[in-house]
Design a protein around this ligand. Structure first.
Ligand SMILES: [Zn+2]
Length: 166
C-alpha cells in the first residue's frame, strides 16, 4: 500500500520535471517568434501545424527582437516567458504596490501593465491560492459572524417580533 503511493508520486515528479525542462528550453511563444522573425516553422511541424502557427502569428508583432501580442483594444502586450511571468505575478500581487488583489484583478493589472502570457489566468489563480497572507485574510472573512453579532441579541430580536405579532 505504501509502495503504491510512493510509486505514483514518483511518476508525477518525472512528468513535472519533463514539463519544466521543456518550458525552460523554449518559451511558449518560441514558434510564433521564429515565424515572425524568419518566416520559419519548427522542423516537426505538420501542414496543419504550419497553418496554425501562421494564423496565430497574425495576432503578434515583433519589435526590436521582442514579441508583443495585440490586445483586443489594439494595445501591444509584451510576451513574458515563465520566469518573467512569475516575477510579474509576485510584483503585482505581493510587491510594494500589490495590495494582495484577487486573481481576476491580478490578471487585469498584468494586462494593464502591458504584459501577456497564455496561462496568466490559471497562474494568477494558483499564486493567490498559495499566498499565505491571502489565505489568512480569507479565513477571517469566512469565519462565523457570531463575534460580530452576538447570538443572544438575534434571539432576543426574534422573540420580540413573535410577541408583537401574536
Ligand atoms: Zn496575497
Amino acid at each position: 500500500m505504501h509502495d503504491d503511493s510512493s510509486e505514483s508520486s514518483d511518476d508525477d515528479e518525472v512528468l513535472a520535471e519533463a514539463e519544466e525542462a521543456g518550458d525552460a528550453g523554449n518559451p511558449w511563444y518560441y514558434d510564433i517568434k521564429n515565424f515572425n522573425q524568419e518566416g520559419s516553422f519548427p522542423n516537426y511541424a505538420t501542414k496543419a501545424d504550419r497553418k496554425y502557427v501562421r494564423q496565430l502569428a497574425t495576432r503578434y508583432v515583433l519589435l526590436a527582437g521582442v514579441l508583443y501580442k495585440r490586445s483586443f483594444e489594439g494595445r501591444l502586450l509584451r510576451c513574458l516567458d515563465k520566469e518573467e511571468a512569475q516575477h510579474a505575478i509576485r510584483e503585482l500581487h505581493s510587491g510594494l504596490c500589490g495590495g494582495h488583489v484577487n486573481s481576476q484583478m491580478l490578471a487585469k493589472k498584468i494586462i494593464r501593465q502591458g504584459s501577456y502570457w497564455p496561462t496568466m489566468g490559471q497562474d494568477c489563480h494558483k499564486f493567490v491560492r498559495g499566498c499565505m497572507k491571502c489565505q489568512i485574510h480569507a479565513d477571517l472573512i469566512h469565519a462565523p459572524s457570531s463575534s460580530l453579532y452576538p447570538m443572544s441579541s438575534l434571539i432576543a430580536f426574534r422573540g420580540e417580533n413573535k410577541n408583537h405579532f401574536h
